[in-house]
Ligand binder design. Structure first.
Ligand SMILES: *Cc1c(COP(=O)(O)O)cnc(C)c1O
Length: 408
């Protein structure tokens, strides 16, 4: 008899995006001519940068020759890409990260889940509330939590509320935790952390021998030059943090797939017998065993992000989405809605008007304006009463959607 992983049965059934899909489908079946605009799921909409496409086409042609053919590549990624990443994303910002410490992958979603492979069962885990659901569900699947309660909170996890009251940056826990998931700029709230705030997290982690899992998928959207893009801009972070990055949002690689994880040499965890173990060696072993690398073609496309043309095109993409975010903020504000985020991140997080709950506002917006957003409560109990709108869309759709909301 083949037994299933019972941890999967602990997952809350009504997962956010399927439920949104169900309600949108029901609405459009009842209203087949309603022109629906989706500002819900966080996928990009604009075409791939030309520099990336040109590099990928060149790589395809190389693959068509005996000399230029590439089979299995290094599990960690090609050195030329890892070197470009280390130099441009880290060393240029004063972070002492080397190519050896960078592991190229097919996504941060997978990496931020897979990292649990090398971490033990007994860790006390902290997540923010609201949160990117992947961090929680991957822990549930790996058996690192108890059952969910009625509010959807899993036993064994430490939830750190992020609300307007604390500026959407969680407070440092008063209890001791071993693993902390942080995402800045934040999905879903669009909040960002200052150097001083990240320094407090690094200081906590070092004092408590904890590990920070830092998701920087949206770093390219930071506009304020004073704000840190990487956790390694913070003193002491090499001793306590792993960072996830992705080409998905800055360069539009959501369908192309390329990302990276940084595991500093000398970053240690503790074995059951108390021995100190280097996490780099475990992650390297994990990747070599379970992963066979990202396609040569895609890695050449990612490398082109760092060319002068690539940099200009990526900056233009980011500027385009941030202009959308500015329009959303401006229009909602003049409609009398309280908005947060959207200044250093492509997400606007709004307080639902008239004390509607998150799903109530979802139904109201869909029914009256034919606009789809994401209920804040879907990201965690403390997201109740909030709502996320994404700036990933065409200018036309954003302007049309905002016009309809203002007309409500
Ligand atoms: C979109 C996103 C990512 C990127 O995931 P990929 O698998 O690299 O596409 C990572 N973290 C968060 C919070 C995201 O929203």
């Amino acid at each position: 008899m083949a037994q299933v992983n019972g941890n999967y049965l602990k997952l809350k059934a009504g997962y956010l995006f399927p439920e949104i899909g169900r309600r949108v489908k029901a609405f459009s079946e009842a209203n087949p001519t309603a022109p629906i605009i989706r500002l819900g799921i966080g996928d990009v909409t604009e075409p791939l940068p030309e520099a990336c496409r040109t590099a990928m086409k060149g790589a395809i042609d190389e693959m068509g020759t005996r000399e230029g053919f590439h089979g299995y590549g290094p599990e960690q990624g090609y050195l030329w890409l890892r070197e470009a990443i280390a130099k441009n994303d880290f060393q240029a910002r004063g972070c002492s990260i080397t190519a050896e410490e960078i592991f190229v992958s097919d996504g941060s979603k997978c990496d931020s889940s897979n990292i649990l492979d090398i971490l033990g069962e007994g860790n006390r885990i902290a997540v923010t509330d609201p949160v990117y659901p992947v961090y929680v569900d991957s822990n549930v699947m790996a058996g690192r939590t108890g059952d969910a309660d009625d509010a959807g909170r899993y036993g064994g996890l430490t939830y750190l509320p992020i609300t307007a009251a604390n500026g959407f940056t969680a407070e440092i826990p008063t209890e001791k935790v071993d693993l902390i998931y942080l995402c800045f700029p934040n999905n879903p709230t669009g909040a960002v952390a200052t150097k001083a705030q990240l320094q407090a997290w690094v200081d906590y982690a070092r004092a408590n021998d904890a590990l920070i899992l830092f998701d920087a998928a949206y770093e390219a959207f930071i506009q304020d030059p004073e704000l840190p893009h990487s956790i390694y801009e913070i003193e002491g972070a090499r001793e306590c943090a792993i960072e996830f990055r992705s080409f998905s949002k800055n360069a539009g690689f959501t369908g192309t797939r390329c990302a990276l994880t940084v595991v500093p040499r000398g970053l240690m965890g503790t074995a059951a017998n108390g021995e100190r173990v280097e996490l780099w060696a475990l992650w390297n072993r994990r990747q070599c065993t379970k992963f066979n690398g990202v396609s040569y073609i895609v890695q050449r496309g990612a490398e082109a992000v760092y060319s002068p043309e690539g940099q200009a095109q990526v900056q233009a993409l980011v500027a385009f989405y941030m202009q959308n975010a500015a329009i959303i903020r401006r229009e909602l504000t003049s409609a009398g809605i309280q908005v947060y985020g959207g200044e250093q991140a492509p997400y606007v997080w709004l307080k639902t008007p008239e004390n509607l709950d998150s799903w109530g506002f979802f139904d109201h917006l869909l029914g009256k304006a034919h606009v789809v957003g994401t209920p804040g409560s879907g990201f965690g109990a403390a997201g109740e009463g909030y709502f996320r709108l994404s700036a990933f869309n065409s200018r036309e759709n954003v302007e049309e959607a905002m016009g309809r909301i203002r007309a409500l």
